[in-house]
Design a protein around this ligand. Structure first.
Ligand code: ZN
Length: 429
């Protein structure tokens, strides 16, 4: 991996990051995709050449469903012309795109997706056994007892691994090999979600060992820290983390702040804490110019995060990183590029009509959408592509502002939006 700085404007920078054979211009948006339809949509956007949409993030427990069959098809020797064509197109896409497989091991704590761990035989046995025990327990006891047991059991799981070198090393190695089988350009180690200082100790231990285990796999291994948003304003934990990051050797650091939503009322303390984190990363980036920083599942924070601190930012293709069960066949909300928030579909007719029967964005992809006649599936595909294109536009906007030394423009962009309180995340000169 290498990082070469192209432009700098005080705290902000634009750089070219090389990961193996892939090159990526920062700031860059890598969308998370979670099903084969989203993969197809991303494939179209990448092949059409959207300049700052050349990567994606896939959670390990989604990878088989999202990428598995396409990769299998590609590597098989096929005879018929159609399969050959589909295979070679996918290969071309993979050559262009930077894939990051996220082990997403915080879901060994959270309740969502537990069944996905169990249903994929390729996943490490240690993890599938753990998930199966959780599901069995849940069926047998009431929710109060289950919740207490779950927390104790999760703590025990990581503590045991922390002391058992053979199991730990095997787990890290197995996760790395899976990530590589899905063509990840970066290795992310399995780590516990950080809720206490003990979790952070274990996460640091796993990160250190992962560096050693990754040697010989010929792919950059990132430092990876997943934080429950509650620890954001825990000075002890954040200080320890940054002390580690300023002494450690990882050239790429990936952070995830679980379910963080600074737009929500009542998050002022977290807003200040997150501002400090952005500044500390910005400082690290100035000190170690050959390093890069990435943030996953960053929701509405993506724009200020990319302006101040993170080279690579990511959210799910809908822009929502919460876990929720939306019904199928429903019209999802549309991300407004000016207001920088999602608009419910029921408001779209009026917005569309007030804009001469066009969606208020400049994308060719969106030009033919008629909100009066479109069916729910086509709408949901279209609004996802629109969201990703909009994030790509934001990244281009930030890069241009850095180039002209006018990063302050990012503050104006936020002031004129519905998430104006996030302007506090960007330092004033
Ligand atoms: Zn659009």
């Amino acid at each position: 991996m290498s990082v070469s700085e192209i432009e700098r404007d005080r705290y902000a920078r634009a750089a070219t990051i090389t990961l193996g054979e892939k090159r990526i211009d920062s700031p860059h948006f890598l969308t998370r995709i979670s099903n084969p339809d989203e993969l197809r949509s991303l494939e179209q956007l990448v092949m059409e050449g959207s300049p700052r949409v050349q990567g994606c993030v896939v959670r390990l427990f989604d990878a088989k469903n999202v990428l598995g069959s396409s990769i299998a098809d590609m590597t098989q020797t096929r005879v018929d012309a159609l399969s050959k064509y589909v295979g070679s197109r996918f290969r071309e896409f993979l050559d262009k795109v930077t894939v990051v497989i996220d082990p997403a091991t915080e879901y060994l704590f959270y309740e969502h997706h537990l069944s996905k761990w169990v249903n994929d035989r390729a996943l490490p046995r240690l993890v599938t056994d753990y998930a199966r025990a959780r599901i069995n327990k849940k069926e047998r006891v009431d929710s109060y007892e289950y919740d207490n047991w779950k927390i104790a059991n999760h703590t025990l799981f990581w503590n045991k691994l922390s002391h058992d070198a053979a199991s730990r090393n095997r787990l890290i190695g197995e996760v790395f090999d899976l990530e590589l089988s899905y063509r990840s350009s970066l290795l992310l180690p399995p780590v516990p979600v950080i809720r206490t200082s003990r979790d952070l100790e274990i996460a640091i231990q796993f990160n250190e060992i992962a560096q050693a285990i990754s040697a010989g796999r010929n792919t950059e291994c990132a430092g990876y820290f997943i934080m429950q948003k509650g620890v954001l304003d825990d000075d002890g934990i954040i200080d320890t983390l940054f002390r580690y990051l300023s002494n450690s050797s990882q050239r790429m650091v990936v952070l995830k702040f679980k379910y963080l939503d600074l737009v929500k009322a009542g998050s002022v303390r977290q807003l200040i804490a997150y501002r400090n984190i952005l500044q500390q990363i910005s400082f690290l980036k100035e000190t170690f110019r050959d390093r890069a920083y990435m943030v996953l599942e960053n929701g509405y924070q993506v724009f200020p995060s990319a302006t101040v601190a993170f080279d690579l930012v990511s959210t799910h293709m809908t822009g929502f990183d919460k876990d929720s069960e939306f019904g199928h066949g429903e019209y999802g909300s549309w991300f407004d590029p000016e207001l920088m928030v999602h608009m419910p579909f029921k408001d779209m007719k009026e917005i569309y009509e007030n804009n001469q029967n066009r969606l208020p964005c400049a994308h060719d992809e969106c030009a033919d959408v008629d909100v009066n006649t479109i069916d729910a599936n086509s709408w949901n595909t279209s609004r996802r592509k629109h969201y990703v294109l909009t994030m790509g536009d934001y990244m281009t906007m930030i890069a241009n502002a850095i180039k002209t030394k006018r990063t302050d423009l990012a503050i104006d962009k936020l002031i004129n939006s519905d998430i104006s309180r996030l302007k506090k995340l960007i330092p004033r000169s």
